[in-house]
Every structure is written in structure tokens, then in C-alpha cells.
Design a protein around this ligand. Sequence first.
Ligand code: ATP
Ligand code: MG
Length: 344
Amino acid sequence: SGPVLEARDISRHYPVRHTGRDGLIGPRRVVHAVDDVSIALHRGRITAVVGESGSGKSTIARVLARLEAPTKGELRLDGRPVGKPRGRAFRDYLGQVQMIFQDPFASLNPIHTVEHHIARPLRLHGPRRTKAELHDEVLALLERVSLTPAEQFARKRPHELSGGQRQRVSIARALAVRPEVILADEPVSMLDVSIRLGVLNLLQGLGHDDGLALLYITHDIASARYFADSVQVMYAGRLVEGGPAEAVTQEPAHPYTRLLIDSAPDPDRRGSLAGARGERLGEAPDLADPPTGCRFHPRCPLAMPVCAEKEPPKFPAKATGSAAAAGTGSAPGAGAAGGAGGTG
Ligand code: ATP
Ligand code: MG
């Protein structure tokens, strides 16, 4: 079947104007936070977007969740365009595509109970229910995210919960409206290392067992490899490489992907670049004036003159097809091939 959520050639630009110390307003600049990103999310599959800070990961997530409009490009849910804000299709889209944020403290209201947080979307979106039915649904959702005994957790307030438990409440709340897609923006990076795996495994189950389409955003390529079926690598607002998790992490084609892997601890990596030549990553480019050609070329140890003019060619497909999928999102066949490796 086709993708649940398909984004085509999405760009998101921010006009900015800084006020200097002298109080004078600077020139108008346009930050190219995301440029021409295409990505497809499939039922039962986990797609990771990996990139360093400022590469545009959260921006693409906010656009996919339609919390922000794209400057350019198209979003489709089950083949249907999103439609105009306040229209029916748009409302459906907002329900079907749920986002989980990095900071579980900020996303829960301290004055409300866990039950209140989860019951609210049920009341807003679902069919009419009695109080008892609503309560039972809240308990079932708490059980789904392993917050048991559910009766006890339902009565708690956010300050009585650990970070991991709060993130589980956020997940239960997102699940309340029975979404098809969950976009998780660095869902465990603020959590204690010891509880990260539990939350990641819960999210993985929502994809692999419950058939949701999941987008997992992270700056940590090792966790993307462990967790996702396919990996898309983002650099300076663009997707530079993508494909099955195994292929992208074992046989990276783009030099940036190799540097990313080299800067992460992974004993059985291949294709070392930074390690061998001692390069450091250096400064990220100014997105108001992004480099021409391949955006990575000013930092790339393998850059050739042509790189300042053109994006790198689509690399010839290897057996696993990692580089052939660069920039085109996750092709159905490719993602399926990555499934086995991604969960190891
Ligand atoms: P991190 O790993 O730090 O969360 P990220 O990959 O999520 O980074 P984004 O938050 O998407 O990156 O930001 C991408 C670029 O867009 C950055 O240069 C950021 O400063 C810029 N940006 C994001 N939101 C806005 C905004 N509302 N106005 C202006 N610039 C913005
Ligand atoms: Mg971010």
C-alpha cells in the first residue's frame, strides 16, 4: 500500500530581521530552515530523521504535523491533500498526525491530572461517551503505555511523575485520538539514560505491533539504527541521504553521513572519514546564506570543485540501495528491506 503521510518538496523559510546593539534594525534575511525535503511515512514502519543541531529536524516535524504551513510543497495523508485551515480535511489531518515533543515537562499542564490530560482529546475528537466510558478509555490508554496500576496514575499530576512517566503520558494522550501517524521529536533526549530504552521500545511497538507510521527525530545515528527501519540524514535543511537503516549506517554513501557515523560511538562501523583524517566537523553553515551546490561542501574532506556547483549525483545503487534513495524519502521496498536490521 502507499504511504500514509507523504511530503513532497517541502520548504520552510523564516524571514528574520535582527536588531543590533545600536538599536538599528538589520537587513531582512530569510532563513532556509528546510529546503525541498520529500519524505514518505508508511504504516507499521519507523523512519528516523537524523541530523545535527540546527539542521531543520524540528522544523520539518512541525510542518508535517501542520503546526506550521510549508513555504512551498505538498502534504498528503492517505493520498488526500491537507486542504485549507479550518476545513474538514485539515481538522482530520491534525487529528491523524500527532506530535510528541522533546520536553515532557513543557507539554503537560502542572495543574491538571493525568486523567484530565488524556480525557481531553477523547472529549474533543471522539464520539460522545459517558463519564464511565471515558474513564475506562483513559485507563486502557495508560495500560497501553505501561503506566500501571492505571487507576493510580490517572489521579496523579505531572510533578508526581518522572520524566519517563511524563513522556508516556504524552504518548497516551497522542494515542487517544487514534492517529495514523506519530511524529516524535527527540522524544528521549531529555530523559535519564537509564529509562530511554523503555520509552523507545514503547514507541517501536506502536509502529511494529500497532501499525502506526512513526517518524523518529534524533541527532543520534546509533539510536536511529537501533530503532528505525529507514534512516534519512538531514544536513543544513536538506535530506542528503536516505534508505534502509542497515544500508545507510553500514554503507553510507554521502560524506556527511560518514562523518556523522564517525562522530558516534559504534564499534563495527565502516567507511571511516573523520577518524582517519582527523577532521572536525567545524561550524554549521548560515542558513540565511546557505552554501551553493552541496551544502556540506565547505566542511567536506572529500569536496571537489564541482561540489560548489551541484548536489552530488545520485550514487549508483548498491545491492541494498542506500544511496539511490537519497532525498526521495523511503521507498516501500527499501524500507521493508531495512526492517530486520533496524530492530537488531
Ligand atoms: P536541534 O537539534 O537543535 O533541535 P533542529 O534540527 O531541530 O535542531 P530546527 O529547530 O528545525 O533545527 O532549526 C533549523 C534552523 O531554522 C535553525 O537555524 C533555526 O535557528 C531556524 N529556525 C527555526 N525556527 C525558526 C523561527 N521560528 N524563526 C527563525 N528561524 C528559525
Ligand atoms: Mg529540534
